[in-house]
Design a protein. Sequence first.
Lengths: 295, 334, 445
Amino acid sequence: MSIIVIYTIISLCALGVLAALILYFVAQKFMVIEDPRIDEVEGMLPGANCGGCGFPGCRGFAEAMVKADDISDLNCPVSDADGMVAIAAHLGHEASAADPKIAVLRCNGTCDNRAKTNHYDGAPNCTIVASLYVGDTGCTYGCLGHGECVDSCKFDAMYMDPITGLPVIDADKCVACGACVKACPKNIIELRNKGKKDRRIFVSCVNKDKGGVAKKACSVACIGCMKCQKVCPFEAITIENNLAYIDFNKCKLCRKCVPECPTDAIHELNFPPKKVAAPIIESLTKETPKENNHN
Amino acid sequence: MNRLLNVSPSPHVSGDYSIKKIMYGVVLALIPALATSIWFFGLGALIVTLVSIASCMLFEFLIQKYIIKVEPTIWDGSAILTGLLLAFNVPSNLPIAIIVIGALIAIGVGKLSFGGLGQNPFNPALVGRVFLLISFPVQMTSWPVSKGILTRYADAITGATPLGVIKEGLKNGEAFSSLMDQIPSHMQLFMGQMGGSLGEISALALLLGFAFMLFRKIITWHIPVFMIATIYIFSGILHLANPTHFADPLFHIVTGGALLGAIYMATDMVTSPMTPKGMAIFAIGIGVITVLIRTFGAYPEGVSFAILIMNAFVPIINRYIKPKRFGEEVSNGR
Amino acid sequence: MLKTFRKGGVHPAENKFSANAAIVNAEIPKVAHIPLGQHIGAPANPVVKKGDQVKVGQLLAQSSGFVSANIHSSVSGTVAKIDNVIDSSGFSRQSIVINVEGDEWLESISKTDEVIDDLSHTPEDILKKIKEAGIVGLGGATFPSHIKLAPPPGKTAEVLLINGVECEPYLTADHRLMFERGEEMLIGTMLIMKALKVNRGGIGIENNKPDAIKNLTELAKKYDGIDIVPLKVKYPQGGEKQLIKAVINREIPSGALPIEVGAVVHNVATAYAVYEAIQKNKPLFERVVTVTGKSVKNPSNLLVRIGTPTKQLIEAAGGLPSDTGKVVSGGPMMGKSLSTLDTPISKGSSGVLLFREEEAKRRSVEPCIRCSKCVSVCPMGLEPYLLMTLAENQIWDRSEEEKTMDCIECGSCMYTCPADRPLLDYIRLSKASVGKIIRSRNKPV
């Protein structure tokens, strides 16, 4: 009996040693020589494999970073600025940190603001609706509300608000990977600068119809009245096809345009509540040069 | 007009089919077999069937409601059908506790653990049945002898199935011809006068159900016909090779679960291939494995194992056996 | 035994309520919205401007490319504006809006009802006139007809098939046209045959229109080379590929056009439009539209000017029933549901279908039970259940392998699905996505 046990142990050990030897030689023979920095850079990346950088996963991005002579075009949206600077320094490049960005929904067509004109009864998928017809409201540009952006988000940073029927972006979780921007068939979601103290001003509308038509379809639509453009001191606002657009690189967050908008289509986020109407403009004009200096 | 118009992609009309109709159609097709079973085995058959159906529905309800937390779908007919088929595959005097365990395995492991209706790779009723067969071999193979409708549940006299008689006899070295004399004639077997699982006994009743399902277009003819034909041909070859050792092909078809399996178990939509060609391969595979197990294996009966084994091949059959695409054979008209 | 195609197919309830309603002229609208994109391909370029006076039959917009077609005025009056209007495609697109004044036709158009049997035109002449008249496939696909009539170099047409199948339930516009204007239609067929330089023509008609078959068989004796082919009733027999298979038993290879097997298919309404364009000098500005539904008071076949709002046709058929839940332009299997009743009739609208509320709702989606019904009814031999799953998971390379692009969008799979799964919705998504990938791959780098 004991002999059987001993034989078993011996033969198993022998097998193990043999297998280890084979594995060792195979590993030697077929070793692929890789730049060790790829592994290092990959370790410094967040490892989300979201594809937001445009490469297939974090390793692909790490390879590109190591190979590239100039990494200023390469940016991992998920890493914070410090992370990217650290990687750049590690690879011996100039530290270049891109402005942090965030996804912004440019539609405020809630069920209250935008009346339904028909009832959609097909498969709940935005792309299918978008290829079928204009949508179930009078607005032919706005959010369709079937949540394809939410499905595309790998960071759990979006959810559909059942009351408004619109997706909501969780600013704390959003890493600006851009998956939702690609998923949206109506091109409503945009990556914008996160802004100082998370403060952002944007036109929450993408309707290019003439003012009357847009207003009829949605009470908070941009009607292209150009009032905001006139009041903007920094020429950050352009109007094209009856639609205003605020360039986030030029906007100094002065908030002058916000009260001008007759349909409340311009949204401000994370600003302290306004004081009385008249002094605001004064105080803002005083503040603006100060902010200017910062930049 | 105040009401909003509905808008949807085409088509805007839908046929008169539904999952419920299919499931209840199969249940309806099984009623004649249940009736013959009650006729031959007495009320025990009814008790087993009702317990099996009720516990399948109960487990489906409990698991869906409290474990997976989805809306229970006990009335879509699939749990009822699983319960009915499970009952059809066990002896009519099986203790109630064992049936309940079988139902739990069938619904819990066989169906819901894979994601519920439409997701299970194996036929749930057969998963339950095979589990019971391996776990409770004694109870699962004490077949009551058919004594008529007045037999009481508890005191059924047990005996062997025709297939069991042959297998045991050959093992003990008895002569084949004397074994054949112990079992009823083919005609009696066809009508259902034999020991066996609750629902498999009467070929006539099962064929009636088959005709009904074909008429209602619930199933196609491919799987049953290919499977029975394979059993017939394969066992026929064996019989011709050595008539003193192998039973004749007709015997193989009318006994055991061949017809029940071919018509109701193998044709289960979820676990069978999608194309006629795939169905044929699937059915031929079942036929061959069935005869192999019956004649050379340890168990007297092999339909359930054969179906489960072939179920495992269904994904690969679906992957490689494609329907003939339109335009694949270029213009034959000129 | 009657001919039909072999693979797949379904037989939905026919519900042809308007089969015995003679074609009547619909009222001319007060304001006509004439879309610029009534055909597959590039929208036409407008040649009129706001304030212009136009007459019936006058050119409004010029074909703007290879795949495009002319648009003519269907009414006389003043051009009010050129604006975006939701047309029967479901999208907001450019349309010419005309305020109607009177009904003044161009002098060149002959308004007589007399049948003109003049077959002396040259093929080039016929082709030119068809192109000028803005004729497109009137079966619903609206592909510009003159392109189909000029086979690409190296290919020759052998046979012309006229599609009188009308396999869609409810619709009867083609049926009535074949019954009432059979002779004109046959002359149109002869003209198309002449343009194609073929001497064989077949008109496929499903067996549920015995009066049309009888009428045309009688009339066709006068015209050499035209066969009337009765077909077994089966959807989607009106599909080009299925019709060719049914009538001359040839299968078009995957991704190819009918000309590959020497066939050209046109609709009966197109043949009639060709007759009018050549013998009456009348461009395409009106068509027969079936207005029907289970609750519609007078299901009818109306001869409608293009640009008439759908609402007006419903009024003409006895008013909008109070239980209407859905309005479809075209047939119930392939038509588009309308989001507004102001949608103007365009060249491709073969019917206006009113569904009752209980018919209008889709049933709730249940899990796929792999019953394989969709596979068995698919006329193209595809596996709709698989294509839908692949589309849901966005696996486009495999979708292409499984021939998603072969789908003809007939809807048989969804019609037959017992779990009421939106198979075709997702297959369309898959076709769009795979199509985009294929186009970007074929683009020269």
